[in-house]
Design a binder for this molecule. Sequence first.
Ligand code: DX5
Ligand code: ZN
Length: 216
Amino acid sequence: MPHLLAPSLLAADFTDLKGAVSLVDQGPAPWLHLDVMDGVFVPNISFGPAIIKAIRPLTKKVFDTHLMIVDPDRYIDAFKDAGAEVLTVHLEACTHLHRTVQAIKAAGMKAGVSLNPHTSVSLLEDILPELDLVLVMSVNPGFGGQKFIGRTYAKLDQLRDLRERTGSKTLIEVDGGVGPDNFRKLVEHGADVLVAGNSVFGAPDPLQAMAVLSGN
Ligand code: DX5
Ligand code: ZN
């Protein structure tokens, strides 16, 4: 399967969200990555369901929603209502992860689980067959524009093995510090979806950057 690109709106100009979404809408990336931060799970606050709902009519791209929030169960319906299609929670933020995953699916969304850089892939063994997506953080969550953590490649290798061993059909997504210099290697190590914030919106020509990162 060719990999999918998910530009992250976090790196866009927030005074022109309409322009940023339109840019992605015209480009080759099938997904739009939406980073929701609560200032508790991560040391930053971004945006929530109201903003997602406001931009929903601007594009048909898949809304890939990355929740960096504590107690995400409280907001599953709100994100469904806002138009999220993929809803990813952090393993580190969920006491009853299995229940949370089932609730996301019952609400009619694809369920993802994200791992912080320090969290072992092996912790997914019992939940992997239930998941539509695993998001491997390749920086510590909270901010765009950080340096990619090289250990990510080994985690991707482990995750691909675990996916095969458990018969899981999950997609593998990588998020943080992804750009023109490392995206091919990430795909070689099993990444199905690449999140790219600054390497798209910070590029002189974002449309061209999206084409490059899509492998075109
Ligand atoms: C970080 C977010 C990322 C961020 C990536 O906490 O989860 O999605 O937007 O930004 P870049 O691609 O600039 O590292
Ligand atoms: Zn993200």
